[in-house]
Design a binder for this molecule. Structure first.
Ligand code: PLP
Length: 443
């Protein structure tokens, strides 16, 4: 007799007789605590059930009247899965394409060792969008960072002529590139690194937005430096926007010292900051770039590395690959994620709604000068930082915002990032700002 039974769908889904729709928020928390790894600490007392529309989540909260029961409420999504859902939840164009692909075209999965016809569509769309020569598909954002790192090292040896085993990759302090060993080796966040060593060697960090520090390092060690691998705007660090002229100066330095500019656009790409890619705002072009998150249209994990011919050209068969990188369904999803980005003019909406949100933030800063320390953002990648006192604890603010039916999350202790889907409308932006005003006012 089988010891495992799974039946039904949705709320009627049962696993070993436990019906998912009957579980209260406390039950879900208990199961996660008992059966899951403890690598996340989700906001207390809410469980997302489904989506109402492109920017609204329906969540379950404990019923104040009845024990072990829940009520459902709408939440405006101010985070959109860390910018993975730029196209909005269940974007119709993408969903139609997936349904058509699976039910009519019928080609979900084959590996890269046999050619499939949707790879051509993906390569044509992604090179046209990025204005790059070559693209390699991967799955998670961290893999795009990892592949940029490897490619830059190999380019350093084979093209630049760095002595074998001596290549240096430069990163920026406060960076976030994901959770692989290479990404945490690049990180300077003690929580991300503690007891995971020994780390990948050949890494140097400079302060972000400091051209002098970068030039000093290039002068000292430029012959061995293969790349400066960096986010155009640091997302996880709390939406750190560099000086307007930083990137033109960096691009010039990289050219002068024959060092690759490798940009991690996993979070800033796909319209988020008001251009298809953030580097375009600054009028520069990286030599190699990593994308992820919204490259999968908020449906599938899709990432890719795009770059110049001579840089990407160092990769050869056998040196790099991925079972699910660019499989047929992912290729189709990404093509339609790109179509929506372009045709629905998501970058333009990011500029419009982002400036509306930043205006609200600036008004709040004037109203609460003793509470809000700084307001930052580009397009719809925005944040406000509070004075770093226990009273203005970011986690507490996130919990209070939930009570106002807005989902947002602190990036650092006292910084709250607001980065909703790029399909968000003016009314929803006003609702987010109203909720923030209520919470900040009550602190
Ligand atoms: C800039 C940047 N790079 C890489 C990643 C890692 O992406 P993933 O979590 O999909 O591996 C993230 C995730 O937040 C990111 O912001």
């Amino acid at each position: 007799m089988s010891t495992l039974s799974i039946a039904g769908y949705g709320d009627k889904l049962t696993v070993n007789g436990i019906r998912i729709g009957d579980l209260s928020p406390a039950d879900h928390e208990a199961i996660e605590k008992e059966k899951g790894g403890h690598n996340y600490k989700p906001l207390e007392d809410v469980v997302v059930s489904h989506v109402r529309n492109s920017s609204t989540l329906v969540c379950r909260k404990p019923d104040p009247e009845k024990v072990r029961s829940f009520i459902e409420e709408d939440l405006i999504d101010g985070l959109c899965c860390y910018s993975a859902v730029n196209q909005g939840q269940l974007n119709k164009t993408i969903i139609d394409a997936i349904v058509h692909h699976l039910t009519k075209e019928k080609l979900p999965t084959v590996p890269r060792s046999i050619r499939h016809k949707y790879m051509s569509a993906f390569l044509l769309a992604s090179t046209a969008l990025t204005k790059m020569d070559r693209v390699i598909p991967k799955v998670a954002g961290v893999e795009a960072a990892e592949l940029m790192f490897k490619t830059a090292r190999r380019w350093g040896y084979q093209v630049k002529g760095i002595p074998s085993g001596e290549a240096i990759i430069v990163g920026a302090k406060g960076n976030f590139h994901g959770r692989s060993m290479t990404a945490v080796s690049l990180s300077d966040d003690p929580e991300a690194k503690n007891d995971f060593g020994p780390f990948v060697p050949g890494i140097e960090l400079v302060p972000f937005n400091d051209v002098v520090a970068l030039e000093t390092l290039f002068r000292q060690k430029g012959e061995r430096i293969a790349a400066y691998l960096v986010e155009p705007i640091q997302g996880e660090a709390g939406v750190i926007v560099p000086d307007e002229d930083y990137w033109t100066k960096v691009a010039k330095l990289c050219k002068e010292y024959n060092i690759l500019l490798a940009m991690d656009e996993v979070q800033t790409g796909f319209g988020r900051t008001g251009a298809h890619f953030a580097h375009q705002i600054y009028g520069i072009k990286p030599d190699i770039m990593g994308c992820g998150k919204a490259a999968g249209g908020g449906i599938l994990p899709v990432s890719f590395v795009a770059g110049r011919d001579d840089v990407m050209g160092v990769l050869t068969p056998g040196s790099e690959g991925s079972t699910f990188g660019g499989y047929p369904l992912a290729s189709v999803v990404s093509v339609f994620a790109i179509k929506v980005l372009v045709e629905e003019k998501l970058a333009e909406n990011a500029i419009l709604r982002g400036s509306q949100l930043l205006e609200h933030f600036n008004n709040l800063k004037s109203k609460f000068p003793d509470k809000i320390k700084e307001v930052r953002g580009k397009g719809l990648l925005t944040a406000f930082e509070m004075f770093d006192e226990p009273k203005f604890d970011g986690h507490k603010v996130s919990l209070e915002l939930l009570k106002q039916n807005v989902y947002a999350k602190e990036t650092h202790k006292s910084t709250i990032r607001i980065a909703p889907s790029l399909t968000i409308n003016a009314v929803q932006i006003d609702q987010i700002a109203g909720a923030i005003q209520n919470v900040i006012g009550s602190l």
